[in-house]
Write a protein that binds this ligand. Structure first.
Ligand SMILES: Cc1cc2nc3c(=O)[nH]c(=O)nc-3n(C[C@H](O)[C@H](O)[C@H](O)COP(=O)(O)OP(=O)(O)OC[C@H]3O[C@@H](n4cnc5c(N)ncnc54)[C@H](O)[C@@H]3O)c2cc1C
Length: 346
């Protein structure tokens, strides 16, 4: 079949590749350059999502942990295992027993993925590894493994795999109307946060709707010896402090938006992230050390007609010859793409 995939973020790129592997004639159409939006503004983690254990999404975590391994096997030059430490303080944040149980469950769900098991690091050892962590009440840290990627480079690698298999990439072309693609047998809407723009051109109420939640990161001009999984003081939210390209990556925020367009990190978000990190590190980070900030908009599914959709990471809807893709994560993009194929080809 002749299939047009609109949107060359990681979801569109993996979908185009999955279709090309089955011998279809695929055109991947992107209004700018591949990976220019959400897919290059992530936290750069290929992860199962330790925090999803708290909400009981065990199946999704297991799937993501296996997906994490697949990326490492396919492109070891663009991603690597990363040990993350969760410092535990007396009387603050989630209790030690809960985090201990969480990392052990994560180990168990990772069985067969080839990653080292979690470990406990006593306070004295932790101090020598991260002398910049605030020491008062510090009991030690649990350390567990996930993986880190260069999201832009890994995404571009996927696009290259696709074009080498015959996918035709057309950049700098925005699809305004689905009719522009009438010549194709199938159309795939992989516009990420902008998916509703194409869906709204078709009849009927969309089966799913999106919540647009912006996430911002700071890149701090400072070396970061290890990755940290930290809790925002006085909140349940967690944030990451990660080594990235010889700098320190801090994020993220969650700001609900009324539209999919990315407004960039605002002053409030920058202050929020600085406050969070300065509650954990000493010496603290000054504004002058911020090398850069970047943001992306999460295309999260909100429950509409289908109440269970609210807890799903991704979903598909077929209207005529158009398959609409909603939601998704970077880590699981290849699994999502495989699942999308049966919707597209039916
Ligand atoms: C702050 C943040 C942190 C994250 N961290 C992680 C993480 O660490 N690990 C993880 O697994 N996931 C993470 N995610 C989730 C992940 O990044 C996204 O789910 C994923 O990148 C979405 O990819 P996408 O292809 O759907 O969207 P996008 O990357 O936004 O791609 C959509 C593409 O469609 C194009 N487009 C839109 N409309 C049109 C049109 N009409 N015509 C042509 N082209 C069009 C856009 O230009 C864009 O390139 C994070 C997300 C955010 C926001």
């Amino acid at each position: 079949m002749r299939i047009a995939v609109v949107g060359a973020g990681i979801i569109g790129a993996c979908t185009a590749l999955a279709l090309a592997r089955r011998g279809h004639a695929v055109k991947l159409i992107e209004r700018g350059q591949p990976m220019q939006e959400t897919s290059s503004a992530s936290s750069k983690l290929l992860h199962g999502g330790l925090r999803y254990l708290e909400t009981g999404h065990f199946g999704l975590v297991r799937k993501s942990l296996l997906a994490r391994r697949a990326w490492l096997e396919q492109a070891p030059h663009l991603c690597h295992p990363l040990e993350l430490m969760i410092p535990i303080y007396r009387g603050q944040g989630r209790p030690k027993w809960m985090l201990g149980a969480g990392v052990r469950l994560y180990d168990w769900l990772s069985t067969g993925s080839g990653f080292p098991e979690s470990r406990w690091i006593p306070a004295a050892e932790l101090k020598s590894i991260r002398p910049d962590l605030k020491q008062e009440g510090l009991l030690g840290a649990y350390a567990y493994h996930d993986a880190q990627m260069d999201d832009l480079a890994l995404g571009e690698w996927v696009v290259r795999q696709a074009t080498e298999l015959g996918v035709e990439l057309e950049t700098d072309r925005e699809i305004h109307q689905l009719e522009e693609l009438d010549e194709f047998d199938r159309i795939v809407n992989a516009c990420g946060p902008w998916a509703m723009n194409l869906r709204s051109q078709q009849p009927g109420t969309p089966a799913y709707r999106l919540d647009w939640v912006r996430g911002s990161h700071l890149i701090i001009d400072r070396l970061c010896p290890t990755a940290l999984f930290l809790q925002v003081p006085d909140e349940k939210r967690i944030f990451f402090v990660l080594p990235y390209k010889k700098k320190m990556l801090v994020g993220t925020t969650e700001i609900r938006q009324e539209c999919p367009d990315n407004a960039g990190a605002n002053e409030k978000e920058i202050d929020y992230l600085l406050r969070a990190i300065n509650a954990c590190l000493s010496p603290g980070v000054s504004r002058a050390e911020i090398a850069e900030s970047f943001s992306g908009v999460r295309p999260l599914i909100k429950g509409n007609q289908n109440a269970s959709a609210a807890s799903r990471e991704w979903a598909f809807e077929r209207v005529g010859k158009v398959t609409h893709i909603y939601g998704g994560k970077w880590t699981t993009a290849q699994i999502q793409a495989e699942e999308s194929v049966k919707w597209i080809l039916q």
